[in-house]
Structures are given as C-alpha cells and as structure tokens.
Ligand binder design. Sequence first.
Ligand code: UD1
Length: 344
Amino acid sequence: MKGKILVTGGTGYIGSHTVVELQNAGYEVVIIDNLSNSDKNVLDGIERITGIRPAFVEADCTDMKALRNLFETHKGINGIINFAASKAVGESVQKPLLYYRNNLNTLVNLLELMPEFGTKGIVFSSSCTVYGEPDENPVTEKAPIKKATSPYGNTKQISEEIITDYVTSGAPIKSVILRYFNPVGAHPSAEIGELPNGVPQNLIPFLTQTAIGIRKELSVFGNDYNTPDGSCIRDFINVVDLAKAHVTAMERMLEDKSDDKVEIFNLGTGVGLSVLQLINAFESATGVKVPHKIVGRRAGDIEKVWANPEKANKVLGWTATTPIEDTMRSAWNWQKRLRERGIM
Ligand code: UD1
C-alpha cells in the first residue's frame, strides 16, 4: 500500500472517479460521505471496477465528533482529498448559510484534525469560478481572483484563503489546490457517473436526460454572447482525466516532490468549446439527436472561460488526453446504464 487516503464526498461524482484512480494506483481509501447528493450503491460500482470495496463512513464532515471518531478508528491517514461540499450555484444564492456552513466548516474541521493525527497533505477541490469573467483566455493560475458572484463561488475563494493562512501560520501540513474547469463524462465502464438529484442544473446531465427522453428539450442559455456562435464557451474536461490529476497531486505532497507548501493548479484541457459545439460533439459521437432550443441568458453565467493547463502539464506531469467524443460517449453510456438499471 502506498498510503491511506481519506476521500470526503467520495461517493459523489468526481469523488467516486477519484477513489477508483487512487485504488488503481495502490492507495488504501476511506470514504466519508453524508449521502446528501449521492447513493451508497456507488460503492458497488467502485468495487466492480477495481475489485476493492473502500471503507465507508456515513457521516457529515461538519460533525467534528464524527470526524474525530473516523480518524481514531482509521488510524494512519496520510492524506485527504476534500470533495465534500455543496455545489449548486443557484441554490447557494437562496441558502447562503447552508453553503458557508457545509463548505467552510468541513474544511476547518479537516485542517484542525490533520496535525493531531499526523496527516500530511490535503488536496482541495476548487473551481475556475474564482476567476469570474476572466480578462483574457486561456486563464493561467496568475489571473486575478474576481469578486465572487455567488455564495458557492465565495466558499471556494474563502477556502483557498483558509488553507493558505493556515499553512502560512506554520501548520505542519501541505496542500494542493486544484481549480477545475467543467468536469464531464463518466467512467468508460459505465459503472459510475454523474447522478444529480432532481432536475439537473448542469449542462451534460440535462443533455443526456433529454437525449434519452426524460426531458423534452434542452434549453441553451443564450446565443447572443460575444463568441463565434453566440453561446457560452467552457473547457470541458473528462472526469477520469481529472481524477488522475488528484492521484499525481497526492503523490507529490506525500513524497515531498515540491518545497512549496501550497500549490495551485488549473485542471482543464486548454480548449474552449461552446455549448452548441458540445451538443454537436455529443450528436456526432453517439448518433443521437438532442432536441434543443435557444432561450434567454442564465443569470450569473460567465461568457467564456478556458484553462491554460501548462503548469499542471509541466509540474504535475499530467495532461487531459481523452477526446471530447469519447467523453460524450461515456456520458451517454452511463445514462443508458441508469435506464437499464431502472434508476432513470
Ligand atoms: C458552474 C460554475 C462552476 C461550478 C459548477 C457546478 C462558473 C464559471 N462555473 O459551472 O464553478 O463548479 O457550476 O455546478 O461559475 N447550460 C445551458 N443549458 C443548461 C445548462 C447549462 O445552456 O440546461 C450552459 C450554461 O449557460 C453554461 C454551460 O452550459 O454556459 C455550462 O453550464 P453548467 O454545466 O451549469 O456549468 P457552469 O455554469 O459553467
């Protein structure tokens, strides 16, 4: 075993894919998840892919007592990957305190316990949302942080500051902050994928649910942006590629490959695709038509943002390699699997 890793939010979308890659790389994994936006049977999917069932604790990371208990029961946790957080931008505007409590208390609790239990490093899930509407694309890690437009985005900015302040204070820990662009797709085995509660807010789950007939039509939010086809541009990154970056980041911390105690990396492909281009990519990759119509802009949307991932490419030795067509097929195969299983 290479080490023991606590994955908070490990039954969620990005968390579950990362658990698979950690186990494939030889790490022992302990998951903590309150199942607020995921299901316990994700563990079956992970086990079917890797042949290993990770240890699982059903608890909330804002519950310090439960968290301490976990560290005492599962002795020797070397590193943490913190996915446990609420992530719906719109909901965060309606329920700001829920977001501040969930996202910030979770992080503070974990940081507080790390020195006590000798846990060396924490990988934190941040987001390109910290750049707001960037002045130029592609965006490097040096681009200015813009005032957050939602409590969700603000929790990501504040979390990055909390980590930096704590490390600067001399705390005996290291951290890698990963700023994700738009993670999409599913594991190629179709054993795990994205499963949002209720009506999806994000593009790909809404698109695949429309393609399979659960939703009548996909609304494209705006075609009057200052982009070649008028729809917004994003950097859509394959979720398995993204998951692999976490393994590399963890190795880097645990093996002291860097002298810096906090490092920040953009995780994206470096290619911007518009919403309409993405729909086309899905249709040509799967041969399935997606009924869609243009509607008005969605409040708070960024016009265009894509990553300059060179720092991650060079320093982590990591690159997003999966072609978008393969990613779209993986999302579609996952949607069909959900139908086969009678889930959706
Ligand atoms: C946002 C946040 C991101 C956060 C993510 C999680 C920004 C820049 N990004 O991503 O930090 O982690 O939410 O929820 O704030 N779209 C449609 N129709 C739909 C759904 C989406 O046209 O039904 C369009 C959106 O207008 C947008 C693009 O698709 O242009 C991507 O939207 P979405 O998947 O919701 O992600 P972001 O808003 O980019």
